[in-house]
Design a protein around this ligand. Structure first.
Ligand SMILES: Cc1cc2nc3c(=O)[nH]c(=O)nc-3n(C[C@H](O)[C@H](O)[C@H](O)COP(=O)(O)OP(=O)(O)OC[C@H]3O[C@@H](n4cnc5c(N)ncnc54)[C@H](O)[C@@H]3O)c2cc1C
Length: 387
């Protein structure tokens, strides 16, 4: 495969844009399409650890990322009464970089789109693929804007409900419920909040994560059996109710929790997952990021895995190997790492939910103090290792 390939990336999310930046710097001609009309996105903040930051440095957008984000101290756990339980480390600081940076989702997408376009990527929003036909020499894609284009490679970075995955495998691999849900909202932060503070309550947690501009992002996670349909108009009241149930009669962070009642931007996300057994490609069409391996956010590493995918693939393409050899080397490198992160993210969620009764919550807090630091140290080393 020559490095003057024409590549289509389906999905201008975090993974798709970073892959576009990596691939265009190889000399490839890169089109990116996204079904959304603009960069608007559900959820306000996300964290990126050393490995994700290292991948961004490889593609030249670390500095711009650090400009819009801020490094965070270790994640601090309190119990529902406000007693400090444990500090959870984000791992070692390697190569002079912070070990975790909190970022605005919209700000990151805007920065990454601008950089991709500056480098020559052609980004088409409000556009999807309506037909894909591949043969030995290339892939013909009919776009929803009426044009038909020929590519050497198509990469689906189109998220957990991926259309490209369905094109490759039909309904064989579909998202499954993890049994957990997350509520997220941005509200004004108390001045005392300096780093991420998580309160472990009955059956889940309420997290407070500072954002720029005096705001914070509140996250509430808990188990939710079945798949109830909540009225979006009731999201703020429901998020407030869930947080209150978890905190019981405690008034710790009561004012911050109260402010959820009037939050206007509440996102409710059932934490579905998917893990497509390798290979994530058929011929010249591939999937990466959440389209191939979405997990729960318990290690805060889904986006980092999507970024790593694109960066590793672009690096492997820089060799003289055939496309098939590049794809097989990519799978051999990515699958074990991604699967470990995927498994841990689910394991951590189930451990958190096993805390519904006062006795179970006591056991859980004891585990957090006595066992979790060693477990986290191990997984942090895995994240810090080469991708
Ligand atoms: C509550 C929560 C908190 C999280 N926190 C973190 C965190 O702190 N750190 C972290 O690393 N990860 C976190 N994650 C995970 C992270 O958000 C995802 O892993 C990451 O967004 C995946 O990136 P992606 O580019 O693969 O997919 P996405 O971000 O889902 O992007 C997919 C893109 O494809 C587009 N698209 C979809 N269908 C089509 C189509 N048919 N045609 C064209 N375009 C299409 C979409 O519009 C979207 O722009 C969190 C997830 C959740 C739910």
């Amino acid at each position: 495969m020559s490095r003057s390939d024409k590549i289509l990336i389906v999905g201008a999310g975090i993974g798709g844009l970073c892959a576009a930046i990596a691939l265009v710097q190889n000399g490839s001609e890169v089109d990116v399409i996204d079904i959304k009309p603009d960069n608007s996105v559900a959820g306000v903040g996300w964290g990126l650890r050393t490995n994700g930051l290292r991948a961004l440095r490889e593609i030249g957008i670390l500095e711009k990322t650090l400009e819009i984000g801020f490094p965070t101290p270790p994640l601090t756990y309190y119990d529902r009464k406000g007693d400090h339980v444990v500090d959870i480390s984000y791992g070692r600081k390697v190569d002079g970089m912070p070990n975790n940076v909190q970022l605005p989702r919209l700000g990151f997408l805007e920065m990454a789109s601008a950089r991709a376009m500056e480098l020559g990527c052609n980004i088409m929003m409000a556009t999807t693929a309506v037909d894909i036909q591949q043969d030995d020499d290339g892939v013909t894609v009919e776009l929803s804007n009426g044009s038909s284009r020929r590519y050497d490679l198509v990469i689906g970075f189109d998220g957990i409900n991926s259309q490209i995955r369905e094109y490759l495998f039909g309904k064989k691999y579909v998202p499954v419920r993890s049994g957990g849900v997350a509520w997220r909202a941005a509200v004004p932060a108390p001045e005392s909040l300096k780093g991420a503070l998580f309160c472990h309550g009955f059956g889940g947690k309420v997290g407070f994560v500072p954002l720029a501009g005096g705001m914070m992002y509140v996250i509430v996670t808990h188990a939710e059996p079945g798949r109830p349909r909540h009225d979006p108009d009731a999201f703020a009241a429901l998020m407030h109710e869930r947080a209150r149930e978890m905190m019981g009669d405690s008034d710790f962070m009561a004012e911050a929790i109260e402010s959820l009642r009037t939050a206007t931007n509440v996102a409710y996300t059932p934490l579905d997952t998917i893990m497509v057994p390798y290979p994530w490609f058929r011929g010249r069409v591939m999937i990466m990021g959440d389209a191939a391996h979405a997990t729960t956010p318990y290690l805060g590493s889904g986006a980092a895995m999507a970024i790593e995918d694109g960066v590793v693939f672009a690096k492997l393409l820089r060799t003289d190997d055939s496309l098939y050899d590049v794809q097989t080397k990519f799978m051999a490198r990515r699958y074990p790492r991604v699967k470990t992160v995927w498994d841990w993210s689910l394991k951590m969620m189930h451990e958190e939910f096993d805390s519904e009764t006062p006795e179970a919550l006591d056991r859980r807090l004891d585990y957090l103090v006595n066992e979790e630091p060693a477990a986290i140290d191990y997984i942090n080393r895995v994240l810090e290792s080469d991708y």
